[in-house]
Design a binder for this molecule. Sequence first.
Ligand SMILES: [Fe+2]
Length: 247
Amino acid sequence: MDEELNGSRSGWIDIHSHLLPGIDDGCQSLEDSLECIERLQAEGFVGTICTPHIWPSLFPRNTWLNIQDHVRWLQSELETREIDYQLWPGGEIRLDLQSLPWLEEHGVPTLGNGRCVLVDYWDTEWDPDIHQMIQFFQEKGYQVILAHPERMLLPDPPLEDLLANLRDAGVWLQGNLNSISGGEGNQAQSRVDRWLEADLYKLIAMDMHGPDSLPGRFRGLQRLLQRYDKATAEQLLANVPQEIIAK
Ligand SMILES: [Fe+2]
């Protein structure tokens, strides 16, 4: 691959990834995780924030303490194999008011132990009470990042107004590389193209779910690099992720 294009000068950092094995619908084994890391390195990635689903009714064991333990274990497996790849803990928190007491009891997973929280939303309509959950994070001083809004199930007119309101309230938007490649369908691709042009995204991430999910993400990375200048790609995939880790 072209050294100029693959980002290896500073290195891409993926801030949204289901890389930890066996704790959600991402990688299912250590071998899966090691294969993904090898392929990520080949594309110019130098590190990953591991963000398993935080959805207490489905994955009750994904507490902040358990995730941090898993990351330490996987990092030690890399060190044993002399693989130079940095991991950080995190989580992808489903926006659901019923999760709030659980988060208060078990702690809020933040990206790289910093001040950013990654959230997602999957209902077909926006529940206005969800703003309470966003405020809960903001009152604790966290920077809220909404994952892949282009994949949300709301139709365009209410969704675009909602995203404008969320951005006004200080929420950052994170787009997915698989949407850029078309892997999430035409609607998600046309939204991500339009919103990238409009400069609505703070950053872009892989949101990989194991080895089989990688090709679509890598095609999205190549399409991003073909359509935008290197400085834009660096900003979305290297500079902002570094800012998040340092936050
Ligand atoms: Fe995800």
